[in-house]
Ligand binder design. Structure first.
Ligand code: PLP
Length: 394
């Protein structure tokens, strides 16, 4: 069995990589994806024949359901994007220009860190603030930095894809607005895993993957833009509204930010997932919380492990990242997969800034993401396997 050969070993029976992408999907999602290929043909908001009109109606209904799940009162303010990466690129490139100053959380994912790095090369000043030991952005430092000089935007992830910490987004939004800055949030790991009410939160822009906690298919995500927050478009082209002789992108939402043929299978799948979450989300979150705590306490009970971020019982999303004092986390992940059929992820998780803050840039961490479909047996099997691996019994 080789560490580079992905085909050998025990097949995956326990899936604990929900932080990367959720699997399996709840009832209704794959049927909705298939319905886009079987029943909902035509191009939504393009043709006027019955099938295209019906498909446009299905897309509208999906948008409405997702908006209502996320507390967005006007569904046109929620635009479909291929994912959170694209949503963050749109917002950052569309709102910031040379001479702007932004203050950003210490633990941003590369979906934010890399576009910001590119903007910094083009003259945007990027100031990063540090964190408490639990991996929570230091609110006082954020406030000091925002007050220090005119600031165009405060940027922070809603929850961490490394430590699972939930960031104080409401406080940061107040700080931003009191200082005439806009608040931009990467919500990739928040949607579905914690209740999100974007109107109440008051943020200006919030992006989210559809395929993680929102339980939809890959290739679809959403971007909420508060009315009045008007980034330049990242992509311009054909839309279902606002046709004119001049080749100008229409300014109406959502079409302005949705040029090109829509991902109807992804949208309908995400709509079905939102429908499921509206009914079962609260019970699912309760289960995730209990399983996360079970795993967290179990890992802390195994010699040599530490867990990054909040302590057991403190608020977090269902992500547990652990390091071991002597065992390589890449080797542990490999053995979990090949010997036990347990899927989790080692490495830097596209979050080198966060690893630097935790001092784990060299070692990386072993990340377990809990979600739909997991059971307490999954957690207990994983803990048994970890005990055997670090005890040399694998
Ligand atoms: N932001 C965070 C915090 C993430 O964890 C991820 C995905 O891992 C992303 C952004 C990128 O999301 P997407 O896969 O939807 O582009």
């Amino acid at each position: 069995m080789s560490e580079t050969d992905g085909t050998e070993g025990k097949p995956t029976t326990i899936y604990l990589d929900h932080g990367a992408t959720s699997w399996p999907k709840p009832p209704g999602v794959s049927d909705a994806v298939a319905s886009a290929l079987i029943r909902h043909g035509g191009n939504p908001d393009r043709g006027t024949y019955q099938m295209a009109v019906e498909t446009a109606r299905a897309v509208r209904s999906a948008r409405g359901g997702i908006a209502s799940l996320l507390g967005v009162s006007s569904a046109k303010d929620l635009v479909f994007q291929p994912g959170c990466t694209q949503a963050m690129n749109l917002v950052l490139a569309g709102l910031l220009s040379a001479g702007d100053r932004v203050v950003v959380g210490f633990s941003e994912h590369n979906a934010v860190a890399r576009p910001l790095h590119r903007l910094a090369q083009r003259g945007v000043e990027v100031v990063a603030v540090s964190a408490t030991p639990s991996g929570i952005v230091d609110v006082d430092e954020m406030e000091r930095e925002v007050r220090r000089a005119p600031t165009r935007a405060v940027i922070c992830q809603h929850t961490s894809n490394l430590s699972g910490a939930i960031q104080p987004v409401a406080d940061l939004t107040d700080i931003a607005h009191e200082n005439d800055a806009i608040m931009i949030v990467d919500g990739a790991q928040a949607g579905g895993h914690i209740p999100v009410d974007l109107s109440a939160l008051g943020v200006d822009a919030w992006g989210c993957s559809g395929h993680k906690g929102l339980l939809g298919p890959q290739g679809i995500g959403v971007l909420y833009l508060r009315e009045g927050c008007e980034p330049d478009e990242l992509v311009v082209g054909g839309t279902g509204a606002g046709m004119s002789e001049e080749p100008l992108q229409p300014k109406v939402r959502p079409e302005r930010y949705e040029a090109g043929t829509m991902n109807t299978p992804g949208i309908l799948g995400l709509g079905a997932a939102a429908h499921w979450l509206a009914e079962h989300g609260s019970a699912q979150r309760g289960l995730e919380e209990a399983l996360t705590r079970r795993l967290h306490e179990g890992i802390l009970g195994i010699d040599g492990f530490t867990v990054l971020g909040p302590k057991p019982g403190e608020p977090r999303v269902p992500i547990i990242s652990a390091v071991h004092e002597s065992e390589d986390t890449g080797r542990i992940a490999f053995l979990l997969d090949r010997q036990y059929g347990i899927a989790c992820r080692a490495g830097l998780h596209c979050a080198p800034w966060a690893h630097r803050a935790f001092g784990t840039l060299k070692s990386g961490a072993l990340r377990f993401g809990i979600g739909y479909g997991n059971t307490s047996e999954d957690i207990d099997c994983t803990l048994d396997a970890l005990r055997r691996i670090v005890g040399g019994l694998e």
